[in-house]
Design a protein around this ligand. Structure first.
Ligand code: UT7
Length: 329
């Protein structure tokens, strides 16, 4: 039967590793023990100052296209999920399209913070289902380390940089995207903001820079934590119920990589073995829209995910935004 197929996945993280101890050595009032215990993060990747989001997205896209055995010239649609595009205009996806040399495609960004990759999958799914486009490249890419305040220990320790991609098509064989589910709550999204570049913070002045309004702001992280756990669980259940698959039959949970304690909590409440959560946050931190895309690619490439297995991808992020995707690999 013709359904949405994943023809290839790819990812890229920059080579520069910054450990928790490096942050302490740089003068941050924290410790490896605190960060590892409260978040699960041991290190993160930090992009070179000359590298923009589209550069990493390009690497991830090339790897996904290579796995799909496809040329960039065959792609009809390019969607980049990001809250750190190279520039507000052109979009990050436009920069990526130019670098890929894919003039036949249409490209645009999706802004849904850490949920962005699933939102972008959802949009690609609609276009492919209604046959507007036949082949889509969906990418999540972020340079989060460039927007955090490195003096804010409650926030900066969480984030990292990278990109993950997937090539989707309508077809009869191969890993299948069974469904996507997306939600938002704009009335309750104020505790996680990235005001930089928006109309509330422009024109950029000495005063606004001195006030630090261009940084990622996170208020009441522990409240965000609790809301995230609830929406992760809702999203797992929603995708499972939609596909009439009992949660205990799902082989892998490849979530947005926010905080290991969230998944320990979910594991206990929903009786899901911790080994079923595929996690990369210990080595990469939270890479916003790229996190789950990178984790999916790594799970595929290291052989963890095998043909026929069921994968649930729950996400949660600023906005608020949340949702999930279900795959049969
Ligand atoms: O993709 C979604 C994006 N957002 C998130 O995923 C964030 C969700 N929230 C979290 O992951 C957690 O709330 C944090 C990791 C951000 C914080 O952990 P917590 O266990 O909720 O800590 P807390 O905010 O309740 O702070 C406890 C203490 C405070 O000290 P006092 O007031 O008890 O003296 C903080 O100042 O920990 C202190 N603290 C730190 N200490 C050492 C906060 N950050 C640090 C740090 N190192 N890096």
């Amino acid at each position: 039967m013709e359904t949405i197929r994943i023809l290839g996945t790819g990812s890229y993280v920059p080579p520069n590793i910054v450990t928790n101890d490096d942050l302490v050595r740089n003068g941050l009032d924290t410790s490896d023990e605190w960060i590892a215990k409260r978040t699960g993060v041991r290190q993160r990747r930090v992009a070179d100052p000359r590298v923009a989001t589209s550069d990493m997205a390009l690497e991830a896209a090339r790897r996904a296209l290579e796995m799909a055995d496809m040329a960039a010239g065959q792609i009809d649609l390019i969607i980049l999920a990001t809250i750190t595009p190279d520039t507000c205009c052109p979009s990050g996806a436009n920069w990526l399209q130019g670098k890929l040399n894919a003039p036949q495609a249409v490209s645009f960004d999706v802004t849904a913070a850490c949920s962005g990759f699933v939102f972008a999958l959802n949009i690609a799914e609609q276009f492919l289902k209604n046959k507007t486009f036949r082949k889509a490249l969906v990418v999540g890419g972020e340079v989060m380390t460039r927007v955090v305040d490195w003096n804010d220990r409650g926030t900066c320790v969480l984030w990292g940089d990278g990109a993950g991609a997937a090539v989707l098509s309508i077809g009869e064989s191969g890993p299948e995207l069974l469904s996507t589910h997306i939600h938002s709550d704009g009335a309750n999204g104020q505790n996680l903001q990235l005001p930089g570049g928006g109309s509330r913070t422009t024109p950029i002045t000495h005063h606004s820079v001195d006030k630090g309004v261009h940084h990622l702001i996170m208020i009441e992280g522990n409240m965000i934590f609790r809301v995230a756990v609830r929406y992760f669980m809702d999203s797992i259940k929603e995708a499972a119920e939609h596909n009439r698959i009992p949660v205990d039959q799902i082989d892998w949970f490849i979530p947005h990589q926010a905080n290991i304690r969230m998944f320990q909590n979910i594991s206990q409440t929903m009786n899901i073995p911790m080994e079923k959560f595929y996690l990369t946050l210990h080595k990469y931190g939270n890479i916003s829209a790229a996190s789950c895309a990178i984790a999916l690619d790594e799970a595929v490439r290291d052989g963890s995910v095998r043909s026929g297995q069921l994968i649930s991808m729950p996400v949660f992020g600023g906005g608020l935004t949340w949702g999930g995707a279900m795959f049969r690999w």
